[in-house]
Design a protein around this ligand. Structure first.
Ligand SMILES: C[S@@+](CC[C@H](N)C(=O)[O-])C[C@H]1O[C@@H](n2cnc3c(N)ncnc32)[C@H](O)[C@@H]1O
Ligand SMILES: [Zn+2]
Length: 354
């Protein structure tokens, strides 16, 4: 076991991301945890109750407790690492002395509690779908739910049967598969929440290679109206969100993708709140974290709210031309360094490049 410092906490963990690791810890997710701290700081009220269903070393929950100051109670749960979490709480005891802390080692799929929570975190290995019911039962109205997924092969179209089985959706490998994965995951969470008579809306996402994390805020009413399908041409880059059997650009067959979330991926209102909190920096982020967070949020706040982005790669190979420079396009996306968004369909894209 090694000793680490991240944010304003210190802890023991193993730098191993394997299921066999005694205590899971992935130092490469520091940005993700920074974003988590910022979101909780800017969105949650004081004296909140938090529940982390998959704590690993406890680093995430500890950072949320210490750096946001928003929690009066916090429950750390991990089927495997209760002793290490307790040890790590002890190391940071002065910083968390005002918080009522509970450490449990239950199976998250059947986690029950007499309490309800303002913040619930699902950060498992693989798919979160098996844990949504137990989490949603315990989420307070107005609460925040964080959901991670690492089964990106299923969500992003490489393992289509697994996606259908777990998420009830058809995915497809495309140049914008990470966006499809995010939209399918949102759909699954919105749909499951709706079956518990809860409405949830996505606030912000983070995508890092094989990792997707989405934050939701719950509302009183259920909202599933923005779930639907997209149609991708089998021959050219054209895609649509209205049903089309044949591509309006080249006439080829269209593949149907979904059902998935077709609403906004982020809430500009909450992103602006996060930007304001970042400017105040009560969390005391160091300069490296500050600049990465602020450029990410600036990117998100400037994104067009339209379905999917095009990449310079796919356009160049379709046009059989040397690669177009991304600097030609105004509306970039945080989801791909070669990706841009456009209001309009593929005809409009072609008009802008020819
Ligand atoms: C990806 S790690 C969590 C990482 C942590 N949230 C962080 O940010 O460092 C997943 C954790 O889930 C635990 N785990 C696996 N299956 C579980 C289950 N059914 N219920 C509760 N915990 C489980 C593992 O022991 C592991 O520590
Ligand atoms: Zn086509």
């Amino acid at each position: 076991m090694d000793f680490f410092n991240e944010g304003r906490v210190s802890f023991y963990a193993e730098d191993k991301q394997l299921k066999s690791a005694e205590v899971f810890f992935n130092p490469k997710r520091e940005f993700d945890r920074d974003l988590n701290v910022l979101l909780v700081s800017s969105m949650m009220h004081d004296n909140s109750a938090g529940l982390e269903l998959f704590s690993g070393s406890g680093v995430r929950g500890l950072r949320l407790c210490v750096e946001t100051g928003k929690f009066a109670e916090f429950t750390f749960n991990d089927i495997k690492s209760k002793d290490v979490i307790e040890r790590n709480l002890e190391i940071n005891r002065k910083k968390v002395s005002r918080i009522s802390k509970t450490v449990t080692s239950k199976d998250a799929a059947s986690f029950e509690s007499g309490n309800k929570y303002d913040y619930i975190d699902i950060d498992p290995f693989g798919s979160p779908v098996f844990y949504l019911d137990s989490a949603l039962k315990l989420l307070k109205k107005g609460g925040v739910l964080a959901v991670s997924a690492t089964d990106t092969a299923a969500l992003m179209g490489s393992a289509q049967k697994a996606c259908l089985r777990k998420y009830g959706a058809n995915s497809l490998r495309t140049s914008y598969s990470n966006e499809i994965g995010i939209r399918i995951l949102i759909k699954k969470v919105v749909e499951t929440a709706s079956s518990h008579l809860i409405g949830v809306l996505p606030i912000i996402f983070n995508f890092e290679g094989n990792f997707i994390r989405i934050y939701f805020k719950s509302f009183a009413s259920k909202r599933t109206d923005k779930i639907g399908y997209a149609y991708q041409c089998s021959k050219c880059p054209a895609r649509e969100t209205k049903e089309e059997e044949k591509c309006s650009y080249c006439g080829s067959k269209m593949h149907r993708i979904g059902p998935m979330w077709l609403g906004d991926l982020c809430s500009k209102v909450y992103i602006n709140k996060m930007i304001s909190s970042l400017n105040e920096n009560k969390m005391h982020f160091p300069s490296g974290s500050l600049s990465r967070l602020s450029s990410y949020l600036a990117g998100l706040s400037a994104e067009l709210n339209v379905f999917s982005y095009y990449t310079t790669d796919e356009l160049s190979s379709f046009l059989k031309q040397p690669e177009l420079r991304i600097s030609r396009f105004k509306n970039k996306t945080v989801l791909s360094s070669k990706g841009f968004r456009i209001k309009g369909n593929f005809h409009d894209v072609m008009e802008s490049v020819l």
